[in-house]
Design a protein around this ligand. Structure first.
Ligand code: SF4
Length: 338
């Protein structure tokens, strides 16, 4: 029962589709990336993606989260593989995957790394929202071989999404060598972007988790106290209409919610967290136990209610947004079952 002390915490139901693990960057903490010649490098085939989307739609998901390594097209070995499935550039493949998702009743949320204004403009009509982790505004050693992690490039990409009125997810990766002062600076920059463009719907505060076989495998992850400090400061600094998201498969969310977090991100009943495969998502039915008894859990779409009200979506997805959203902009309750 909702009381005056209740807090609303949101989540979305998604399918997580890592379209390729090939990437031009070499982040020191990444266990996901592969080079084209590495064993395990892949581009997911359209038929495989169609099958995942189908299972997601049948399970009541509303979001197709498409993730990538960043700008894999810079490598000739990758392009050869892409051509083998009929595409000359990843962007065209992604546009078709978005169309496929919409046709199957899922709203795309693409996360392909740094993009130009022109690339974002092509993706905007087919996406309910998009994402790019800022991670940090600091220049860190873990990013020295990652041209896409130059903070200025990521800030520019988020600003371009703002100019195009794309509801946007960004975030901080905590514990990769940045200082607390760096985190405050990152939060201030995100705040400035939101004040200027109004497009930041949520900021993920994500804890680094060490991955075997990576240069940072022996690096200590941030303590819970450090995460709490970061969430508290994020809530103080960020505008009130920007949600703070914490990943419930990487950290117990209860106390973080008491200190300002209000979203649990995409929870998938169908797919694993491919970036953190060793950390299972809780079942949607178990979320209630993790968040505290005074919390009202509400399912949202990949586009937040305020952006639905403001009409920040295209004609291409208008009927799907209207079909999935309730009058207050959250997920229409259980409509997917009918
Ligand atoms: S950009 Fe992403 S996929 Fe690429 S190396 Fe960095 S963390 Fe890994």
């Amino acid at each position: 029962m909702e009381t005056q002390h209740s807090r609303v915490v949101t989540y979305s139901k998604n399918v997580f589709i890592p379209v390729t693990n090939m990437c031009r960057n070499h982040c020191g903490y990444c266990g996901f990336r592969r080079s084209p010649d590495d064993p395990g490098a892949y581009i997911m085939q359209p038929a495989r993606i169609e099958e995942i989307l189908h299972r997601g739609a049948k399970s009541g998901c509303t979001e197709a989260l498409f993730t990538f390594g960043e700008r894999p097209d810079e490598d000739a070995g990758y392009l050869k593989r892409l051509k083998a499935i009929g595409y000359n550039r990843t962007l065209d493949y992604l546009l078709n995957l978005c169309r496929m998702a919409i046709k199957m009743g899922l709203l795309p949320h693409c996360n392909p790394g740094v993009l130009s204004y022109a690339e974002l403009a092509l993706l905007k009509p087919l996406n309910a929202s998009m994402g790019l982790m800022l991670e940090t505004t600091a220049h860190l050693q873990v990013h020295e071989d990652s041209p896409g992690k130059v903070p200025g490039k990521r800030i520019e990409s988020i600003a371009n999404a703002g100019k195009l009125k794309i509801p946007f997810t960004t975030g901080l990766l905590v514990g990769i060598g940045e200082t607390r002062a760096d985190r405050l600076e990152s939060l201030r920059i995100i705040t400035e972007l939101h004040r200027q463009y109004g497009n930041i719907q949520e900021v993920i505060i994500q804890n680094f988790t060490p991955k075997p076989g990576t240069p940072m495998s022996g690096h200590e992850p941030p303590s819970f106290e450090d995460m709490l400090w970061t969430v508290e400061h994020a809530r103080e600094i960020l505008p009130a209409d920007v949600a703070i998201q914490v990943p419930p498969n990487l950290i117990p969310p209860g106390m973080l919610i008491e200190h300002g977090a209000s979203d649990l991100g995409g929870i998938s009943p169908v797919t694993i967290d491919h970036i953190n495969p060793e950390h299972e998502w809780p079942a949607v039915e178990q979320l209630g136990q993790k968040v505290g008894s005074d919390v009202i859990l509400r399912e949202r779409l990949p586009i937040y209610p305020q952006y639905i009200r403001q009409g920040w979506f295209s004609e291409d997805i208008q009927s799907l947004v209207q079909h999935l959203a309730s009058d207050d902009g959250y997920r229409k309750v259980e409509k997917w079952r009918s």
